[in-house]
Ligand binder design. Structure first.
Ligand SMILES: [Fe+2]
Ligand SMILES: [Fe+2]
Length: 242
């Protein structure tokens, strides 16, 4: 069930200084914020130390831009697309606290910073919800922003995310990411088809490895696409697998 169908409108809220300002906080403002950048850096350093792939500025920026573009190409309102982009930028910021339940800590870190920046409460709420529903462990996207963040996040499979230097030390995540030489999310506005295109070097990994760690993610992407009244498809080395 989508959020719109599941809820009724709240009564008109009293204006508050925060809402009265109604500052249109943009992705550009958020991605230059010193506090948020410090948290993002800590989260990426921490994940590097415990053996995860890159989750820093590159991943945050890419997720932000893909999420915003998905919604723009599917004809959503520009502000909704911008809100999704901001959620995409912030979705993993809670890794600075802990990897466990980082979607929850991400939501509350985002809330604090966005309120400080003067963002409209409704936009903050939308971002908290999108960030809190981005991982397959605990995700049930019901808004356009949440769905776009899920798909954008899971589309980032690429060799540049691997930090392990020696292939001998690669785990399955390293192997699959390192073998992905190109990843591209194609959004067809007319047919509303979202296709994740991957070029995978099969001398480095087998396609079955990809499915071992990504099957759940792809299922989540399919669910997310339905929220956008769209379909999700996966093409690896030119072959349609989903
Ligand atoms: Fe995450
Ligand atoms: Fe992520």
């Amino acid at each position: 069930m989508t959020l719109a169908k599941a809820t009724r409108r709240m009564p008109e809220a009293a204006p508050t200084p925060q809402n009265a300002e109604n500052v249109p906080v943009t992705l550009e403002v958020v991605e230059r914020d010193a506090e948020l950048l410090a948290y993002l850096q800590m989260g990426d350093d921490y994940l590097g130390a415990i053996g995860y792939t890159e989750h820093g500025m590159r991943h945050a920026n890419l997720t932000a831009h893909i999420a915003g573009n998905i919604l723009r190409r599917l004809g959503y309102d520009e502000r909704v697309a911008e809100v999704a982009a901001i959620a995409g930028f912030l979705h993993d910021i809670g890794n600075c606290v802990s990897r466990a339940d980082h979607w929850i800590s991400s939501a509350f870190i985002a809330q604090g910073a966005l309120l400080r920046l003067g963002m409209d409460f409704a936009d903050v709420a939308m971002i908290m919800n999108a960030v809190g529903n981005h991982e397959e462990d605990a995700s049930d996207p019901s808004t356009a922003a949440a769905a776009a963040v899920v798909i954008a996040d899971k589309a980032d499979v690429h060799q540049s995310r691997v930090r392990t230097l020696d292939p001998v030390d690669f785990d399955i995540h390293d192997r699959v990411n390192h073998a992905a030489k190109r990843s591209f999310l194609r959004v067809d506005s007319d047919t509303r088809l979202l296709t994740l295109e991957l070029d995978v070097d099969t001398s480095e990994t087998q396609i079955i490895d990809y499915f071992e760690i990504f099957l759940e993610r792809m299922q989540l992407c399919r669910r997310a696409a339905t929220v956008l009244d769209a379909r999700f498809s996966l093409v690896i080395n030119g072959t349609k697998l989903l």
